[in-house]
Write a protein that binds this ligand. Structure first.
Ligand SMILES: CCCCCCCCCCCC(=O)SCCNC(=O)CCNC(=O)[C@H](O)C(C)(C)COP(=O)(O)OP(=O)(O)OC[C@H]1O[C@@H](n2cnc3c(N)ncnc32)[C@H](O)[C@@H]1OP(=O)(O)O
Length: 226
């Protein structure tokens, strides 16, 4: 067993996760359940910023969209680990134990690593996504449920930015080519039309170099009352 593998196993054991053939050890409560200061405003972190686990491809794409944001075409969307932090006026204490599904791991790079950019004129929300090793489905590839999650989050954020609060009513996905873990893909979503309370969106996932079409999807969101 290599040193890297040993370190990974030790980390899993420390986190209370059983290895194959080992009994599950009791896992301590995460600090978010016990440490109120985690939620105080001064430690709320924007997870959509680059970190050491970002590959060069992800960093390059991020830089390109940041350049686009200087011209005003694109707006970088901050991302926090609790939905409540996105909503002004809701006291965090009401939902202290809740975490956004896509930001629920304490370790960078192992789960959903992503950053979103919004283009208001084109009604587009783009997500630069690097799936980590804990998102495995088929060996070495991203789980289809994780792909559905990041599509829902991207198209949903686009609908929210255009229309305010929405809920997903329907999500239809065609998986065309698997997404290797660690590979950077671009989730490009668009609000196609709005009919009354219904917000129709479309979405494609392509490889970072545009060479591979991984996924196509459409989603219907329903606008909620105030
Ligand atoms: C910034 C980042 C922050 C962070 C933001 C991150 C974004 C995250 C996005 C994640 C979003 C989620 O995961 S949401 C979680 C998953 N979704 C859910 O749990 C939703 C469960 N379903 C519901 O709560 C409800 O069914 C609703 C809200 C969707 C709709 O109920 P309602 O409000 O009573 O509306 P209702 O009258 O039934 O329907 C309104 C109209 O929509 C049509 N309609 C309703 N459902 C459907 C449907 N599945 N397919 C076709 N059409 C439908 C109806 O025919 C009607 O048309 P007409 O008669 O008017 O023509």
């Amino acid at each position: 067993m290599g040193a890297t593998m040993l370190r990974s196993c030790a980390r899993l054991i420390r986190r209370g996760i059983a290895l194959p053939g080992q009994p599950q050890s009791p896992r301590p409560l995460p600090c978010c359940y016990t440490t109120p200061r985690f939620y105080s405003p001064e430690v709320i972190r924007d997870y959509a910023m680059p970190n050491a686990t970002w590959s060069k491809n992800l960093q390059d794409l991020y830089n390109r969209y940041m350049e686009g944001s200087q011209s005003g075409a694109w707006e970088r969307i901050p991302s926090y680990n609790a939905t409540v932090h996105h909503i002004k006026g809701v006291p965090p204490s009401r939902t202290r134990e809740n975490r956004l599904f896509t930001r629920n791991l304490d370790q960078d790079g192992v789960g959903f690593e992503y950053s979103m950019f919004y283009n208001k004129a084109e009604r587009r929300m783009v997500c630069l996504f690097q799936p980590g090793p804990y998102l495995e489905g088929p060996p070495g590839f991203t789980h289809g449920g994780c792909i559905a999650t990041i599509i829902d989050s991207t198209t949903g954020a686009g609908a929210v930015y255009l229309c305010g609060s929405v809920m997903t009513a329907n999500l239809t996905i065609n998986y065309k080519n698997p997404i290797p873990l660690g590979h950077v893909v671009i989730i490009d979503s668009k609000v196609e039309r709005v009919e009354g309370r219904k917000v129709y969106t479309s979405c494609q996932i392509r490889s970072h170099d545009d060479a591979v079409l991984h996924t196509e999807a459409s989603a219907l969101f329903i606008k909620l009352g105030p």
